[in-house]
Ligand binder design. Structure first.
Ligand code: KIV
Ligand code: ZN
Length: 512
């Protein structure tokens, strides 16, 4: 078999991704994300659109200075000032674009084919004269008259473009139409082809892979698929498909960093990742059904792809307790906390867990242990590491939300005060701080529902905490006061997690 073809990963999270409605990164966030992308080993980082603002220019300049192992690219229209500004930032590559579909030429830039051709030619030559790598995008390529698309691609090639990027700007391509477009272009133009697919019909990744099959050697993607409207082809899905589903393509990306980078982008954007999201979603490697969990425990490829494991993407496999749970998963969860129920006790616990799940309730670890405690009469009541004594929160339109907490931590009274972006954040920060740095715990999930209407609605808060080893615990709190409900949920989740950690430490000591 011929050697696999290297597929260049061009990340546009910082540029197209930032065009996501409601998203804006600070300069500091941009630099931090660029460094994460470099660690992920993407080939090209599209750092931004420098002409957009002084801050954007500053961010692109700082990224060009900081990043060493990936190429840094800046976006520019086919106008001198944009190109000069990108060059001043010290980028390795300038990505110039011009609309080429009739609708965009007429209504977005009020121009003509002739003017677009001339400006594009001049822009490409200017970038090449500056000694930089040049990428040219005929924007809206999938809705561009096929003859004009070939004409402008030939001109870009003559002018010296290193890459021709064919954007499916409004996501109307299908795998077949994208392949036809690439075949038409590559029959007449020799320049390397890049593909940039939007996700308006949910076809972004499929269309990107179809483009690669037709000969594109660069994929433009964004972390978590963020971008204009419905976003771009997702980096993690595209990379893992190329890595696992094809033998004839190779990507350099360090796949084991994918989960971490995705979480980082989730935090920066504030856009929560839906649990069933492929590769990086909370459920991507989770199993609730008894048959699946039992199969996976014996051989993970029974109910997972096998060619892709959670370890490969830096994620974790989890057995989730709920309506569909089997005895085995419940037994494992209890054993992890040092609880060894008898056979009948276990069956009773499973029955009650299923019944709780069957009422539409999310079954948390706290629920499981509460059930276990009531079924297993001889089980000592949970030893609580943290006992909340007092919580005081101040907030207002002219004050930074502050919370102070008094709690008994392993029998010792401690006090802690913290600030936050709101009262809940401040309170949760204070509770986390009261534990100190060991163990390092992070709140990885926060979900709130109002059960009844009105400003006195009862809210339920579901909180998940995770330790540095990836052990997780979730618990629920409920009440009219959202802050108190949140703190109760956090304290319960921390206590459960500490109990599981304590038990695994003891089990390890016994084993040694
Ligand atoms: O979607 C698009 O057409 C773009 C261009 C700037 C390449 O993002
Ligand atoms: Zn785009």
């Amino acid at each position: 078999m011929a050697d696999p073809v290297d597929i260049v990963v061009f990340d546009t999270t910082l540029r197209d991704g930032e065009q996501t409605p409601g998203v804006g990164f600070s300069v500091q966030d941009k630099v931090a994300l660029a460094l994460k992308l470099e660690e992920l080993n993407v080939d090209v980082i599209e750092a931004g659109f420098p002409i957009n603002s002084e801050e954007e220019k500053d961010a692109v300049r700082q990224i060009s200075d900081a990043v060493r192992n990936s190429q840094v690219c800046g976006l520019a229209r086919v106008v001198d000032i944009d190109i000069d500004t990108a060059i001043e930032c010290g980028v390795d590559m300038v990505h110039v674009f011009a609309p080429t579909s009739e609708v965009q030429m007429a209504h977005a830039v009020h121009s003509t084919r002739e003017k677009i051709v001339e400006k594009s030619r001049a822009a490409i030559q200017k970038i090449k004269d500056a000694g930089l790598i040049c990428m040219f995008s005929p924007m809206d390529a999938t809705r561009t008259d096929p003859e004009f698309l070939i004409e402008i691609c030939k001109i870009a090639e003559e002018a010296g473009a290193d890459w021709l990027n064919l954007p499916d700007t409004v996501g109307v391509g299908t795998p077949q139409s994208i392949q036809d477009m690439i075949n038409r272009v590559t029959a007449q133009v020799g320049t390397a082809i890049s593909i940039h697919c939007h996700n308006d019909f949910g076809m972004g990744v499929a269309n990107t892979l179809a483009a690669v099959e037709a000969g594109a050697t660069m994929v433009q993607v964004s972390v978590n698929g963020i971008g204009e409207r419905a976003g771009n082809a997702s980096l993690e899905q595209t990379v893992m498909c190329l890595h696992c589903l094809y033998e004839n393509y190779k990507v350099k990306a360090h796949t084991e960093n994918l989960y971490e980078v995705s979480r980082f982008v989730e935090r920066l954007t504030g856009i929560p990742t839906p649990p069933p999201q492929p590769i990086i979603g909370a459920n991507a490697f989770s199993h609730e059904s008894g048959i699946h969990a039992a199969g996976v425990l014996e051989e993970s490829s029974t109910f997972e792809p096998g060619i892709m494991t959670p370890e490969m993407v830096g994620h974790k496999r989890r057995l989730v307790i709920g309506k569909h749970t089997g005895t085995h998963s419940v037994e494992i969860a209890l054993h992890e906390a040092g609880l060894i129920p008898g056979k009948d006790e276990l069956l009773e616990i499973v029955k009650r867990v299923k019944s709780l799940g069957g009422k539409g309730k999310h079954v948390t670890q706290t629920d499981l242990f509460t059930i276990a405690e009531s079924v297993m009469a001889k089980v000592p009541k949970e030893q609580r590491a943290i006992e909340l004594d007092q919580l005081v929160v101040t907030t207002g339109n002219r004050t930074t939300p502050t919370a102070s907490v008094v709690a008994r931590v392993n029998g010792e009274t401690r006090t802690e005060a913290q600030l936050g972006v709101g009262p809940v954040d401040a309170a949760l920060n204070a509770v986390q701080r009261i534990l100190g740095d060991s163990p390092k715990l992070e709140v990885t999930g926060f979900h709130m529902d109002a059960i009844s209407g009105g400003s006195d609605a009862v809210a339920t808060v579901l909180i998940t905490v995770e330790d540095e080893d990836g052990k997780r615990s979730s618990a629920q709190g409920a009440g009219e006061d959202i802050t108190i409900a949140s703190v109760e949920a956090l304290v319960a989740a921390i206590n459960q997690l500490l109990r599981v950690r304590e038990h695994s430490k003891e089990a390890a000591e016994v084993a040694n």
